[in-house]
Structures are given as C-alpha cells and as structure tokens.
Design a protein around this ligand. Structure first.
Ligand code: ADP
Ligand code: ZN
Length: 722
C-alpha cells in the first residue's frame, strides 16, 4: 500500500490528508476519496509519504481519474507557492485554482483536439459560390487558408457546419489536426516607439524579463502587445493575456479575432459558463488553446508551453481578489513568467507605484510610448474648477452646464462622469437629520429611484423606499448627493432634445445592453453619456470631446494612503476618453480640494511627476513599496469581541516577533460593520519581506489554535485597502 497526501477543499488545517492506494499515483492526478461520510474530489499532492497514523485507519482512494490529463508539475509548484505566500491552506488553494468541473468527484471529458478545415487540391480549382451570396462566398474564400476551426468559420457564416459538410461530401475539404497559426498583419504601420518596445520584448523571448510598458491612453500599447504575441504564437508557444473584467469588451475581442483569426483561443472570465470554463482550462492544459485571454482567475490556467504573459492595465484594482484567497494576479503573473523563463509585459497609462518603483530601480525594464498613436490626436485640455464657494445645481456648476449645452449645440458628444450608481447616495430627513443606513453595514443606503428601492452597495441589502422618516414620521424625505440616475434627470431637463444615455452596472447588467449602446454611440446616436467607472476604461469613442467630472474628491477624505494613486489613475483614464480622434478634447473637473497635488498632476497630464512625488512621500513614511504589509482581520457580531480576540493573539505572539517587524493595532476597520459582522484588523509591517513572512506565520499558527466559532479571521498579504 502506498500512502498519498491528497489536497481536499476543506478548511481543516492545511487541507492535505493521507489516503492509501495499491499503486503510487502521480502528483496532480485527480481522485475521489471518502471524507467524513461523503465522497469528495481531491488532487494527489505527494505519494510515498510516511504517516504516524495506524495503517488500518487510513482510508483508501475510491477512484483515481488516471485517464484524465494530470495537473502539471509547474502548476502544483505555483499552487504551493500561492499557499505559502498568502498563508492559505494548500487544499483550498488547489481548489481555488481549479474550474468548477474539476472540483467534482466525477471524471471529466477531455476536449478533443480541434480540427482545422481547408479546401484541398480539388476544392481549390472549383468555381466559388457566386458573389451575391456574399456570406457563402466569404466562407469559401476563408477555406483557402491553412485551416480554420469550425468556430471561426461559423462567425463568417452561421450555416458553416452544414456547408462544410456538403463540400466535404463532394471531396473538396480536408480536415487537419493542426494549422499553421493564422496571424493577420496589423492594419497600422507601428511607429518608432511601438517598434522599439516590441523589439525589446522580442529580443528577450525565452528568458525571464519583466517589462513595464508605460504609455498614455491611445498611445498604441495594445498594438505592441499584439505584435509580440504574434511573434510568440508563431514560434509555437502559448500566450496568457490578463486584463480587468471591465476591459474585456466586445471591441477588444473583435480586435483579437481580426489579428489572430486562426489561433485557437480561450476566453476565461467570471461570466463564462462553468462547463465552458472547464473545457477551456483543459484545452489550455493540453496545449490545444494557444492564446488564453482572461481576468484575474485566468492566472491559474495551466499553460505547459507558456512563452509570454501580458497584463494590460496592470495598475487595476481588480487584479487583487478581496475575499477568500486574497491573491494579486499581476504579482502571480510575474512569478509564473519567472518559472516559465519567459518575458512578461505589464502595461498601463498610470502604472501602479509598485511597478513604477521596480522600473526605476531596474528590476523591470521600462518601455515608453510617449505619444498618441493617431498623429492627429492631441492630449486633452484639463481645467480644475474649485466648487467650494459655488452654488451647484444638482451637482453641476454653472460652468459645467454651459459647456455641456455649448458642446451639444456644436454637435459634440459629452461624458458626465461620477463614481456612483443609483439616483442619489442617500435619503435624508430634513427634520430630524435621519439618514437611511444599511441595517447590516456601516454604510448609507443608496436610493434607486426607478426600482423604487434603497440598496446597500456593500452587501446588496435592499428595502422599499420608506414614504416617511422611520425616526420622526416626517413625510418629506430628500435625496442628497448625486447618483447617475439623478444626473441623468437633471440633464434631460436642461437639454430636452439631446439623446442622453446612462451607463453603469444597473443599466448594463446584460451584455447585450452594452452591445446595443455601443452601436448607438458608433452611429452618432448619443449626445451625452452619464456614467461611472465602467465608462472610464477601454472604450474608444471617436466623437467624444468633452468630459465633465462631478465631485472628484470623495476618496481623498478616506484614510487609505492609496486614495490619491487611485484617483489619479481614474481621472487620467476618464480624461483620456476626450478627444481620442481628430478633435481636441476638453475636461472639466469639479472639486472642493483644488490644491490637492493630484489635480495639478492631472492638469499637467504628467504621470512621472505624480509618481515621483507620491513615492517620495511613501518612502518618508516607510509605506509600500518601501515596506511590506499584511493585514490580519477578525470579525464578530460585535467589534469588541474581534478586538479582544486580536489583542489576545497579539500578546501571545509579541515576544517572538522580530525587531524589524512593526505591529499596528488592532483597530476597528474604517467601515466597521459589513453584512451584520463587525470587523477589526492588525497590520504587520516590515521593510524585510522574509521577516514579515515569519511574523505572519507565527500569527497564523496561534490563530489556528485559538479556535472560536463566533470569530472568523483572515490574512491579507499585500492588502490593497486599508
Ligand atoms: P492603448 O492600448 O495604448 O490605449 P491602442 O493600441 O488601443 O492604444 O491604440 C489606440 C488607437 O490608435 C487605436 O484606434 C489603434 O488602432 C490606433 N493605432 C495604434 N497604433 C497605431 C499606429 N502605429 N498608427 C496609427 N494608428 C495606430
Ligand atoms: Zn449593507
């Protein structure tokens, strides 16, 4: 009998349990095992292990899915690293990195290698279908290639399967198991900066080298990624392209398809159906998918022939998962590039200060695209408007309203940007001062007029709009502050003839709403867009030439030292929307804190100056990236219990914590209540990563012994929020 360590998805110690099997099972093999009376899925972590438990007490593996492709060794190494680095149980880390289909104690079907269709010798000499059946004609033309997958052919003609079958029956078609990857040339001649960037990365192929591609919005970063990707794909290696969910737009996928038509690709994001995701994951593992495009979770996709990683918008907060396994996909991507010995390109118009610092210190190579790629496109003109002493009309300054009207009359398209969904942030009683708050969180409820609801944007608690104040009975409740719905209404009153569209998570809950809206914009059917963050990113609206930013400061009042960095990125991104094509853009930013350095930097459109000043401040205060942090959080029904719990652990661990590690707190969190739990946290900080890691390990050991069912705790390594 051979003993194995099997990783299970259970929150018990490290999640590795010993099972026996008559033969040695290879690491990475999926199995079904009995666990506490149930059959659960497991992954072989190690075989031939020793155990102090009596052999007869060790349970047998029920089924080993040896027919399936194993999870590769490099993948197991990655998971092992993640578990150690983030202080997360190995078993649960394994399962966090797997798609749903592989988490079940059932065998999965392995995807069949794709077939590529093309015209054969006798097909090539036939008369093509007449031009007037233009889809059929196009399909025929496409079959002149080196081979296309059925999915690609279906995009040309929905009836492709039937037609190809008919033509095959006449002996005109050949089906191949592999196609020479079909790479179309770019529609643009790369400019000098693009060429230099692309060549620098290509020169590093087959070696680990991180690059930071810094280029303003519209400078042609995507073209550089594509250029390098084409090279790596042609060399027969796989490419991983990570991007924020919000940027995974139909336009981007269209660009990818246009350029990499015949390259078997997989798109992995949170909305991909589970079955599809499992199949795509396996296709990548088997080397059938050559290009994997996805959001943060795609960083765990096994890629045996990985030759390049691209992380677009590398500064984006969505690369960090903020629950359960709190990983940072961009950082893991760098680790994977190192493991695979391949280059990685991190791209952004406003790089994270962590990456910028690494580029300054030489750990990353900096590549720059200093100009917009369209020669005609000019950077926007930014005006900062102090609204401190102005009387605002529903959040709008007189200047903003005038600009919007003017631009509409002159046929321009405007964007009104604010970072808040709903009609108004809160419902307020003028008599007693009552503000509608979430009963489960320390947050205000947001008024959603059309749905006739109050909603908590933190826990999604919903309640009908009260018709009178719950405290004093006053029936005259007022909406305070601006939300997208209210701004939309104000604009409708101001410009009744203009076509106004609102874009936020409420209005674009469905993918087709988005596609529809995008079509209207492209057809010049929209004069004013009102929107949140969703609009700030990745969309290229040629006619947009005016951006008005309402109340920019919200976050600057928070305690989070990263607030200015985030606001800067957001404002640069949204101002980059203005004037992407021939027309020069204008940006008006309303603020009550016009002296804040963030605004001067946005006005000057100067990231390097902003980064330098911020980094100097961080260095002075020994904040990241000059020091490393880990947050240890606890939550309980009452914050006092969470505080006591953390204080206990602190006093137990204190004598063993090195002098180069500082322990701050515990303190209640800024937003104490969340979904009926109250939260407190401790920060461990050190300039030395290893010392910090040791201190966190010590904390975790003690936390695991202090089991208290009323208290939940979590570890957040490199936390993104304070
Ligand atoms: P980024 O990713 O930096 O925002 P993109 O790669 O999306 O920039 O390019 C912005 C726009 O400029 C796109 O419309 C793109 O087609 C165009 N573009 C990119 N490179 C060139 C070039 N060398 N010449 C002309 N236009 C270009
Ligand atoms: Zn809530």
């Amino acid at each position: 009998m051979i003993l194995h360590h099997i990783a299970l998805n259970v929150p018990v110690s490290d999640g590795l349990f010993t099972y026996r099997h008559p033969t040695a099972l290879p690491a990475g093999c999926r199995v079904a095992v009995p666990f506490r009376g149930k059959t659960v899925a497991g992954v072989v972590w190690a075989s031939g292990v020793e155990s102090s438990i009596a052999v007869e007490k060790i349970l047998p593996v029920q089924t080993a899915f040896t027919e399936e492709a194993r999870l590769p060794e490099r993948w197991l190494e990655l998971v092992g690293f993640v578990a150690r680095y983030y202080h997360y149980p190995t078993g649960q880390t394994v399962f966090a990195a797997l798609p749903a289909g592989l988490k079940e104690p059932k065998p999965v079907e392995m995807p069949q290698p794709p077939l590529f269709y093309a015209l054969n010798q006798s097909g090539r000499v036939q008369t093509p279908p007449p031009q007037r059946f233009h889809k059929k004609h196009a399909l025929w033309q496409a079959l002149f290639s080196d081979g296309l997958e059925m999915a690609a052919l279906k995009r040309i003609h929905p009836q492709a399967p039937k037609l190809v079958q008919e033509w095959a029956a006449r002996g005109w078609i050949q089906a191949l198991n592999a196609a020479a990857p079909k790479l179309n040339p770019s529609e643009h001649m790369p400019n000098a900066a693009q060429q230099a960037a692309s060549q620098a990365v290509q020169a590093a192929c087959s070696t680990f080298q991180p690059f930071l591609l810094y280029g303003i919005t519209g400078s042609g970063k995507t073209e550089v990624y594509f250029d390098v990707m084409a090279e790596v794909l042609a060399a027969g290696r796989q490419v991983l392209f990570l991007l924020p969910e919000i940027n995974l737009t139909p336009q981007l996928l269209k660009r990818v398809r246009a350029r990499f038509a015949g390259v078997p690709a997989a798109v992995l994001h949170s909305q991909t159906a589970a079955g599809r995701r499992t199949q795509d994951y396996l296709r990548a593992l088997l080397g059938q998918a050559r290009l994997v495009i996805g959001t943060r979770l795609a960083v765990f996709t096994p890629l045996p022939e990985l030759g390049l990683i691209v992380v677009d918008e590398e500064h984006d907060g969505s690369f960090k998962q903020d629950n359960e396994l709190r990983y940072q996909a961009r950082d893991l991507a760098v680790w994977r590039a190192k493991q695979s010995g391949c280059p990685i390109v991190l791209g952004s118009a406003t790089p994270s200060l962590e990456s910028w610092h690494k580029a300054q210190s030489g750990a990353y190579r900096l590549l720059e695209l200093p100009q917009r790629a369209h020669t005609a496109a000019r950077p926007p003109q930014v005006e900062i408007l102090n609204t401190g002493r102005l009387k605002l009309d529903n959040g709008f300054s007189p200047q903003a309203l005038k600009l919007l009207q003017q631009n509409y009359r002159q046929g321009g398209m405007s964007l009104v940007y604010l970072n808040r969904r709903g009609f108004a942030p809160a419902l307020f009683c003028g008599d007693c001062g009552h503000v509608s708050g979430c009963p489960r969180c320390s947050a205000k409820m947001v008024l959603h007029q059309r749905a006739r609801q109050l909603r908590c944007h933190h826990c999604d608690y919903r309640s009908p709009i009260p018709y009178k104040c719950p405290e004093c009975g006053n029936q005259d409740l007022t909406a305070v502050g601006q939300g997208t719905q209210r701004v939309e209404e104000t604009l409708r009153a101001l410009m009744p003839e203009a076509a106004i569209a609102r874009v936020d998570r409420d209005s674009t809950a469905h993918q087709h709403n988005w596609a529809d809206l995008y079509r209207r914009i492209a057809d010049n059917g929209i004069d004013v867009l009102v929107g949140t963050q969703m609009l700030a990113k990745g969309h290229d609206f040629a006619r947009l030439n005016l951006v008005v930013v309402l109340n920019a400061d919200g976050s600057l009042y928070s305690a989070d030292f990263r607030a200015p960095e985030r606001l800067f990125a957001e404002l640069m991104q949204v101002s980059g929307r203005a004037g992407r094509a021939q027309t020069a853009g204008k940006v008006l930013i309303q603020t009550r804190l016009p002296e804040h350095p963030v605004f001067a930097a946005v006005k000057a459109q100067n990231y390097p100056a902003f980064a330098e000043a911020e980094l100097a401040g961080r260095e002075l205060l020994q904040m990241p990236p000059f020091a490393f942090q880990t947050a240890i959080r606890a939550d309980a029904a009452e914050v006092a219990d969470a505080m006591d719990f953390l204080n206990d652990i602190k006093s137990v661990t204190e004598p063993f914590i090195g002098a180069d590690v500082s322990v701050f707190g515990p303190a209640p969190m800024f937003m104490v209540r969340l979904a009926e739990r109250e939260r407190a946290q401790v920060f461990l900080e050190s300039a030395d990563r290893r010392s910090l890691h040791r201190a966190v390990s010590l904390w975790v050991q003690v936390l695991q012994q202090y089991r208290d069912s009323k208290i939940r705790w979590s570890v957040d390594v490199d936390p993104a929020e304070m």
